[in-house]
Design a protein around this ligand. Structure first.
Ligand code: 26Q
Length: 821
């Protein structure tokens, strides 16, 4: 029976105001006069939410009726950023909302700023997932995102004496108007226990008897497409204690124990692990992974699919896209469901399983490849371990058939590693199980094929493909940079928002002096906006008339924040020693933004040093108005949206072959910054698109890195032969930035001089030379602006809409389905 159509809200200021007041009065229980900023923000958020609701319900109904092939994106992280602005944009309500709220004498921007962003991710991988769900909705692709509703997201970074100190990110404390909890739809997930044989209808079967279990409560989030009437769903799971578990202990009379059980269960979704590259084999992390994956598979099979759906047809109905190895435990989980619960033959189950998963790899660092010890897996998920063993046995049989008597190869390729301990290599499991394996930029995919997964690529060459990452132009241009957006729209119309290739239409305007002047005006205004923001946020002052040179990303040695810092130190050293006339130095503001994993000592040292150098040079009278460092704490999506549009120079300086793709590089390009970068990740593709004249390339390329390392890299040879490098490092070593205390930054100095794993010293001179080219180019204002416009014009390729198209064509083979005709 068709329910009555849901009323679509009237899109007028008056109607909006009525809704808003109703939310204030009946939702928050306050009148306008007595309402707090938070009351008003919550009321505004709920009002906007109502406008999207009809479309959400329609999308769900439509999806249910059509049962078209969908994409289920499995990701342990979604770094969403603020929701209000995006919801207003998607529903085209920004002007109405502003007028309405301001008619009540309320400051609209103050309400926007009241929102605490959901930081449910670490960095690139989590932000990529957020861009992808935005594009899927905007492109009308049936899709659902599955993940974890962490109670605490990525920590809040503060600086104490320049050192990083972490604070818990209590993002839910002021309410969470964007989520819809569904406790009635909770799903049970088991852990631990044993496996046993039993009989079903005279047939022997294996089963898992878990020792304990928890509930997964789904929280739904709207993912509105851009002005297309579609609202997809992001479903994040939150852990609760099960009643049974609770009661059992409660009935035993131990009330305290029962409460402890509650706490224990809820621990699972309590906090996001803040590591992004060297995963520790922590039990709780494995619990998180299995928890969200088990909930998500259960949800898809039991609720998204029609009752009685024949799972043999699953590959026609869904692809589960594995965002890195974090959700790979879904592979044995699906096998367990099909074989143990549904009684399928192994081969039958494997045939289906092998067709529904696809795996995206996001790294090349060997230490970042996830492995789980057999001991831990066997204890937490004993049945899954058995299944993994069988998958491996059959897989090794395939290898043996293809390469008889190649014992070494078998060891290399085994899903189970033997050293340093018996452990499951999750990337191998994903590669064996996936229909496709993709890297995230051309170079990265090539290196995956040639190095990290070479044996697998030899066995299954067709399994490997590339999908270069992308970013959503809605958030990272339209929302973040209204000035540039308006200028672009005036020039080429507004089609670019959903068809970013149209930016090509700006190319001729690179040669139009009037357009360039207006382009500079926008950049200057964005700088003023940033100056304002930093003054309010951190009380720091920057000079908007200097070149803004920005490096924002997680702090990691391979990304080489140290390389940029050594350049700054060297300039300081040369000027203060009188070897360089300050008048010859291009005035620059060096901006850093970076969080370090709390346990990553060297990364935290580097943060300490950046701040220490900042204090010194910012206080140096000789450098006043010429060189300055700013390092706003707690770099996040909200700050990125203000910083990136103001930037002149984008620093993408990782050691070649280490940055899988990078996505910040794309955001800067799209906002008219020029890149100084190595031949790494997506930089390679950026440079191909803009041409060498509009990109500052420097440093060793990947083959050269290999060669240097193979020949036995000696950092001291660079220290000894490059005087400016030596002087800069000596300043640090002598304690110049640590009140004369040589011990403070000694670990950095000795690491660079003895090991320097990421070849900072080897690339120093090339970097400094490239920065000199930057100075020359920047001095030619018209030429620089021309390059900046070309960068914007060529950025269309990096829309995450294009990434989605590539996934559709190369991996998912799902179709766009218009929600409304
Ligand atoms: C795994 C297990 C245990 C604890 C933590 C983790 C973990 C968490 C996050 C491991 C890795 C990450 C995040 C990785 C990441 O962000 N990688 C980046 O992905 C981007 C999107 O593809 C790329 O652009 C970047 O190059 C890549 O570094």
């Amino acid at each position: 029976q068709q329910t009555a159509p849901i009323a679509i809200r009237e899109r007028t200021v008056d109607a909006f105001t009525r809704e808003f007041l109703r939310e204030l009065n009946f939702g928050q229980g306050v009148d306008v006069e007595r309402s707090s900023v938070n009351d008003r923000y919550l009321a505004l958020a709920r009002t906007v939410r109502h406008y999207l609701m009809t479309r959400w319900i329609e999308t769900l109904r439509h999806q249910w009726e059509h049962q078209a092939k969908s994409v289920a994106y499995l990701s342990a992280e979604y770094l969403l950023g603020r929701q209000l602005d995006n919801a207003l944009l998607a529903s085209d309500l920004t002007d109405i909302a502003r007028t309405s709220v301001e008619s009540l004498g309320i400051d609209f921007d103050e309400l926007r700023d009241a929102e605490i962003e959901p930081g449910l991710g670490n960095g690139g991988l989590g932000r990529l997932a957020a861009c992808f769900v935005d594009s899927l909705a905007t492109m009308n692709i049936p899709a659902v995102g599955y993940g974890i509703r962490y109670e605490y997201g990525i920590f809040e970074q503060t600086f104490v004496d320049g050192w990083q100190v972490e604070k818990a990110d209590d993002w839910l404390r002021l309410g969470s108007p964007w989520e819809f909890p569904h406790p009635e739809a909770a799903v049970e997930v088991g852990f631990g226990g044993t496996t046993e044989d039993h009989e079903v209808d005279g047939e022997k079967r294996r089963r898992w008897v878990p020792a304990w279990n928890v509930l997964g409560v789904p929280y739904n989030y709207m993912v509105p497409g851009y002005e297309n009437g579609r609202v997809n769903t992001l479903r994040l799971w939150s852990a609760r204690a099960t009643h049974a578990f609770d009661l059992q202990i409660f009935n035993s009379g131990d009330y305290e124990e029962a409460v402890r059980a509650q706490t224990f269960a809820e621990n699972i979704s309590k906090v996001l692990y803040p590591e992004d590259s060297t995963p520790q084999g922590k039990e709780l992390r494995l619990q998180q992974q299995y928890f969200f994956v088990a909930c998500s598979l259960r949800d898809f099979l039991d609720r998204v699919l029609l009752r009685g759906f024949d799972l043999h047809n699953l590959p026609e109905r869904v692809t589960f896209q594995l965002n890195d190895t974090h959700p790979v435990i879904a592979v044995p989980e699906l096998m367990r469901i099909l074989v143990d619960e549904r009684g399928w033959k192994w081969d039958e189950a494997w045939a289906v399983t092998q067709r529904v998963f696809a795996y995206t790899c996001h790294t090349l660092l060997p230490e970042a490849l996830e492995v789980w010890s057999v001991e831990l897996l066997g204890r937490l998920l004993p049945r899954h371990l058995e299944i993994i063993y069988r998958i491996n046995e059959e897989f090794l049989e395939v290898v043996r058939t293809r390469w008889p008597d190649d014992e070494l190869r078998l060891r290399r390729m085994s899903i189970i590693a033997e050293h340093p301990e018996r452990a499951v290599r999750m990337a191998f499991l994903a590669t064996v199980a996936g229909v496709k394996v993709n890297g995230v930029a051309e170079l990265h995919s090539q290196l995956l094929r040639d190095k990290v997964l070479a044996d697998f690529a030899e066995l299954w060459p067709d399994k490997f493909t590339n999908v270069t990452n992308g970013i959503t132009p809605r958030r990272f241009l339209k929302l973040a940079n209204p000035g540039l957006s308006d200028l672009i729209t005036e020039a080429i119309g507004d089609g670019w928002v959903t068809d970013l290739d149209r930016l090509e239409g700006l190319l001729p305007l690179a040669d139009d002096a009037e357009f360039r002047r207006r382009f500079r005006e926008v950049k200057a205004a964005n700088k003023l906006r940033l100056v304002d923001m930093l003054a309010h946020r951190d009380g720091s002052t920057i000079d908007p008339d200097t070149m803004l040179d920005v490096m924002v990303k997680r702090l990691h040695e391979y990304k080489r924040q140290m390389l940029k810092l050594l350049h700054v130190i060297s300039l300081y050293e040369q000027v203060t020693r009188g070897r360089l006339d300050i008048a010859d130095v291009t005035p620059r503001t060096f901006a850093f933004g970076a969080k370090a994993a709390p346990g990553y000592r060297m990364a935290k040292q580097i943060i300490g040093l950046i701040n220490a150098v900042g204090r010194t040079i910012n206080d140096e009278p000789a450098l006043e108005g010429r060189l300055r460092i700013v390092f706003p704490a707690n770099y996040n999506v909200t700050l990125a949206e203000c910083l990136i549009p103001a930037a002149d120079l984008s620093e993408q300086i990782s050691l070649a072959g280490k940055e899988a793709s990078g996505t910040g590089n794309m955001k800067f390009m799209l906002n008219g910054a020029l890149t100084i970068g190595t031949d790494d990740g997506a930089n390679v593709e950026i440079r191909q698109l803009v041409g060498d004249d509009n990109f500052f390339l420097f440093g060793l390329d990947e083959p050269a890195v290999e060669k240097v390392v193979a020949a036995g890299y000696r950092p001291t040879s660079f220290y000894e032969s490059i005087p400016n490098l030596r002087h800069a490092l000596d300043l640090v070593a002598r304690g110049t930035f640590s009140g004369g205390d040589r011990s403070v930054f000694e670990p950095i100095v000795s690491n660079l001089l003895s090991e320097d794993r990421f070849l900072v010293l080897a690339d120093f001179q090339a970097y400094v030379d490239a920065q000199a080219r930057v100075d020359v180019a920047y001095a030619d204002t018209e030429g620089w602006t021309r390059s900046a416009v070309i960068n914007v014009a060529r950025a269309g390729f990096f829309s995450s809409d294009r990434s989605m198209r590539d996934y559709l064509d190369r991996i998912w083979h799902a179709r766009q389905v218009a929600t409304r005709p």
